[in-house]
Design a protein around this ligand. Structure first.
Ligand SMILES: Cc1cc2nc3c(=O)[nH]c(=O)nc-3n(C[C@H](O)[C@H](O)[C@H](O)COP(=O)(O)OP(=O)(O)OC[C@H]3O[C@@H](n4cnc5c(N)ncnc54)[C@H](O)[C@@H]3O)c2cc1C
Length: 384
């Protein structure tokens, strides 16, 4: 076993850490208040290559691999979560379908634009009647001549309002569902019949928008079926493979935020004086800090091991990815709860970032598969 992080990844992590400290952290409250990331910051993200962490070099990405990507997400998640969300769809759910299953022509057209950040991607699976039960999507796809015609409505689509290109899942055969009845399409925002609907009002993750996407006789060229004609009906597999990797990076993000919350809590506990001494002297506070540190340590080993399995062994990590997402996101939510408690009243007001982390982390056990669904996947895998 070699626990050393390769030099090239360490350098990239240092670059991200510096960017977080110098450019992102100073505006994290402004972004929260305005619910918007300034364009000059997005441009810096482009220049650093953050939109192409996972995309192969031949398409202009950094091709860091799973471990490298996770390390960057961990670092990036020590500040406002919306920054990670801004690059997340290009690196993850918005590009992976094309990367894993796309035709050479699809990769050529879309991946360079996504890696550079010139275009923004989104992933449109969830619908009002199909969340955890994703195979139950109602959006239909009907072949008419040289076009597929999509009709239906998606909701909760991250970056949907700013996306130039969307991976959209629609039913070509409602009876067959996951077994041959769902197709993945690449839909550009200029395609006729594609509309952005309502932007949802959320508990947190301000600065990152999720919205409805509406398909009203949306015309999609036949060549935009991900993987081409032979992949008609195979879209559910594409969706599941895409989500596997996302579960690891989601774990990494939760881990980075938990680490930040622990660092903030240690600093606060050392300087906050009650009963004539820093609250860090009280055993009740120490126990919380010790638990946070231990859980973070466990989460980190688990995440890095699963990333290593995927990179080095080329292994399918279905079970491990679900375990990582489940453990890291639930751990981070517990850490957020303890951090608020350690900060007392200050943990409940907006002057301190722990309040924001508490709200933002709440989402992580819900999206890209709830904790309940992760447990279902893990149980299915171990009972096989
Ligand atoms: C901010 C945000 C961003 C999102 N971004 C995207 C995106 O970019 N693209 C996209 O496609 N989707 C996105 N989603 C959707 C997200 O993935 C879903 O919300 C999630 O999968 C849960 O679906 P649901 O909300 O319909 O809840 P439901 O599926 O209705 O679940 C409700 C509750 O029932 C539980 N439950 C459901 N089925 C079972 C079962 N079989 N066993 C046990 N418990 C069960 C769930 O775990 C949950 O606790 C986003 C959601 C949010 C809130």
């Amino acid at each position: 076993m070699d626990f050393d992080i390769p030099e090239n990844l360490r350098m990239m992590v240092d670059t991200v850490a510096k960017f977080v400290k110098q450019d992102l952290e100073p505006i994290s409250q402004q972004v929260e208040d305005e619910d918007h990331i300034p364009e000059d910051v997005v441009q810096k993200m482009r220049e650093l290559g953050l939109f192409g962490l996972s995309i192969p070099e031949e398409y202009g990405g950094l091709e860091l691999g799973t471990l490298g990507e996770c390390l960057c997400y961990e670092e990036l998640s020590k500040t406002n979560a919306c920054f990670r969300s801004r690059i997340g769809t290009n690196n993850g759910i918005g590009s992976q379908g094309i990367l894993l299953d796309g035709t050479p022509q699809q990769k050529e057209r879309y991946l360079p634009n996504l890696a550079s950040g010139q275009w923004t991607a989104c992933f449109a699976l969830t619908e009002p009647e199909a969340g955890s039960d994703a195979a139950n999507i109602q959006t239909t796809a009907e072949l008419k001549g040289d076009h597929w015609v999509l009709n239906g409505r998606k909701h909760f689509i991250t970056n949907g309002d700013i996306a130039d290109v969307a991976t959209v899942f629609a039913a070509n055969d409602r009876q067959k569902k996951a077994r041959g009845g769902i197709t993945a399409f690449i839909v550009e925002k200029t395609f006729p019949g594609f509309y952005v609907g309502t932007i949802e009002r959320k508990m947190g993750l301000r600065g990152s928008h999720t919205c409805e996407l509406i398909f009203d006789d949306c015309r999609v060229p036949r060549e935009n079926v991900i993987g081409g004609e032979t992949n008609v009906g195979q879209g559910f597999k594409t969706a599941m493979k895409t989500l596997d990797k996302g579960r690891l990076t989601m774990g990494a993000s939760a881990l980075g935020s938990a680490q930040k919350l622990m660092d903030l809590s240690i600093a606060y506990a050392k300087q906050r004086v009650q009963f004539g001494q820093p609250i860090a002297n009280f055993q009740a506070i120490q126990i919380k800090l010790a638990d946070m540190a231990t859980h973070i340590y466990a989460a980190r080993q688990m995440l890095y091991h699963a990333a290593w399995l995927r990179d080095k062994r080329g292994a399918a990590v279905v079970k491990e990815a679900s375990m990582v997402k489940l453990f890291c996101t639930e751990m981070a939510n517990r850490a957020a709860d303890m951090a608020v408690q350690i900060h007392g009243g200050m943990g409940y007001v907006r002057d301190f970032p722990v309040e924001r982390f508490y709200r933002d982390l709440r989402l992580t056990t819900i999206y890209e598969g709830t904790s309940e669904i992760q447990r279902t996947v893990i149980a299915r895998e171990i009972l096989k």
